[in-house]
Write a protein that binds this ligand. Sequence first.
Ligand SMILES: *[C@@H]1O[C@H](CO)[C@@H](O)[C@H](O)[C@H]1NC(C)=O
Ligand SMILES: *[C@@H]1O[C@H](CO)[C@@H](O)[C@H](O)[C@H]1NC(C)=O
Ligand SMILES: *[C@@H]1O[C@H](CO)[C@@H](O)[C@H](O)[C@H]1NC(C)=O
Ligand SMILES: *[C@@H]1O[C@H](CO)[C@@H](O)[C@H](O)[C@H]1NC(C)=O
Ligand SMILES: *[C@@H]1O[C@H](CO)[C@@H](O)[C@H](O)[C@H]1NC(C)=O
Ligand SMILES: [Zn+2]
Length: 432
Amino acid sequence: MMRNKILGYFLFLIGVINAESFLGYKVYQVTPQTQENAEFLQKLKYKPNYDFWVESRAFGSPSDIMVDPVEQETFEKELSQTGMPYKVVVDDVERLLQIDRVDRLMTRSRSIMGPGQVTFTSFMKYDEQMAYLRRIGRDYPQIATVTTAGHSYEGREILMVKISSGASQTVVPKPTIFIDAGIHSREWIAQPVALYLIQQLVENNTNAGMYQNVDWVIIPNLNPDGYEFTYNNNRMWRKNRRLEGNNLCYGTDLNRNFNYQWMFNGASNNSCTEIYAGPEPFSEPETRIIRDWFLNNTNANVKLYMAVHSFGEMVLFPWGYAPILPQDVATLRHVGSLMARAIEQASTMGSNYTVENSATLLGAAAGAADDWVKAVANVNLTYTLELPNGDAPFWFMIPARQILPVVRETFEGFRALHQYIQEQFWTSQQQS
Ligand SMILES: *[C@@H]1O[C@H](CO)[C@@H](O)[C@H](O)[C@H]1NC(C)=O
Ligand SMILES: *[C@@H]1O[C@H](CO)[C@@H](O)[C@H](O)[C@H]1NC(C)=O
Ligand SMILES: *[C@@H]1O[C@H](CO)[C@@H](O)[C@H](O)[C@H]1NC(C)=O
Ligand SMILES: *[C@@H]1O[C@H](CO)[C@@H](O)[C@H](O)[C@H]1NC(C)=O
Ligand SMILES: *[C@@H]1O[C@H](CO)[C@@H](O)[C@H](O)[C@H]1NC(C)=O
Ligand SMILES: [Zn+2]
């Protein structure tokens, strides 16, 4: 134990040396009261050095914004001029990251994990996640088909799992649910939620009914380059890791890079912002994987698409590019609520979900995956899921002890989705 502690401390110091420092970065909680205030905040999203951790949902509902020390004086001056109430909720982001590193070291040293194993009591590395997927592909070949969907910019394999009890007996394939997670690398609770879904479907016999009549396609880590970077260098990294041409900054916000109303609103052409949309639609290998899968599998009968993000306890539906409601908004809202209510009922941490149109609730964001899958891949039910961030405000740095409660309750939400899709779209002739 003592040896572990000393080793842990040593690794902790190495982590500090390698990591990009957020010394002196502050998080401001700013509450817009008027339309003018809201517009002021909206403009900040287009500036480098401002990183929105929480987006205001309405007047009187706060935004949490991380601000670089170089901007803080200007920002505080501007806030005073607008008369908007604000407070500093994190005085030094680096201290928050230290807590996160210690939590990671302690929980990793406690979880015993052999090769190919999965754990939900500490955060797994990319290699460990992929080793788990390969193992279930080997151990359960009748149900789980693990394939390489493509490669990230830095050449990492992006694995995809299809879970199915066998092909449909009719020309129409079984209804399919498509899930991806981790497109924003720092949203660390998203990848475990997808891995737990896979584990519970494949390795827990009690849930075998969930893949009898409905197929699942799951990509648990769509942005591995970003994820490795959050693990080793910069815990706050959101984008991928490609440097475009003569750009000043690395990375594209993959969830602004899809080709539907690209750059219409809520996306930036400045590579140094967190919402950089890329030089053109589908400029990034990671987003092209989603595009190519849907183009390659036009007959796959996908009935529901969900992108898993954190955080905010929201089931969001299109359109995201502008506050426009699709014509099937009633169904979108209904199915989203089935998921939300199932999660709340199972929750041991008081989760309370909002089901809403994303642009209405949070402001427009064009080029997101759910808009493209709905508009271009013709899947009617498409969602962005924003998970909880635990029972204390750790923002993206949810402590490892809260992985299990979140993945468990979210699984009950997936169960509710499965039930709806089976009832609506499966016919007994498709029996395999
Ligand atoms: C298996 O699934 C059942 C039903 O969802 C659940 O009650 C049980 O805890 C699960 N077992 C494991 C080991 O995850
Ligand atoms: C980027 O967007 C800004 C603001 O919309 C615009 O003024 C500028 O011309 C654009 N720059 C490029 C290189 O497209
Ligand atoms: C799509 O099909 C092409 C051509 O067969 C293949 O190279 C590519 O890997 C496929 N991509 C996906 C994501 O299915
Ligand atoms: C969620 O919050 C709303 C509004 O504050 C409240 O009316 C509702 O009862 C809450 N639901 C749960 C399950 O806590
Ligand atoms: C989408 O919904 C419309 C209207 O209900 C329906 O006609 C269409 O077949 C649906 N498309 C898919 C792919 O399920
Ligand atoms: Zn996200």
